[in-house]
Design a protein around this ligand. Sequence first.
Ligand code: URA
Length: 215
Amino acid sequence: MSDRSQRGHLTVVSHPLVQHKLTLLRRRETSTASFRQLVRELSLLLAYEVTRELELTMEEIETPVAPMVAPVLAGKKLCFISILRAGNGILDGMLDLVPSARVGHVGLWRDPKTLKPVEYYFKVPSDLSDRLCIVVDPMLATGNSAAAAIAKLKEAGASRLRFVCLLAAPEGVAVMKENCPEVPIFTAALDQRLNDHGYIVPGLGDAGDRIYGTR
Ligand code: URA
């Protein structure tokens, strides 16, 4: 059985380890330390999926036993882009798997009244156009922050983009599809809906607060 289910530009990673860890993450009683560790582990597993189709090139190497021609990643290093602040929780796990990746940060504050994103920080490598850019944020809720971050990254030259989150709401997926249909989304689960406060239901609460213990 495949461990991915694909609906258009949305890939739900249904690997048993991902699903098990996600359930632990959702639990109200999960401690801050466990939550942070689980986010790290889940991010590494999602990084594995989002990088599955990276291009390879062949290189001559020597093992201690014999020369051989072996595959290595082609092209420039990946760039992970964290949507602050909760995205930073995902970065750690991704960098465990791809330590040489470049990293950018986009700071977006969500106005609680309008639920619209307001930018306060933007720092990314100058050569985004040459790199696969993987944008990370644990929660794809309204989709407004993700779509705004992606629009800003495109302005900065990014043309190959993917988005990784732990949980997605149908509303957020729809906004992404409308604004950036060319950007594939990878998630551990597609939940039911958003509530009146813009939280994903059943979700896991406020991801940033749970990662950093600021509840
Ligand atoms: N951001 C969160 O941290 N949680 C949600 O449910 C929605 C947005």
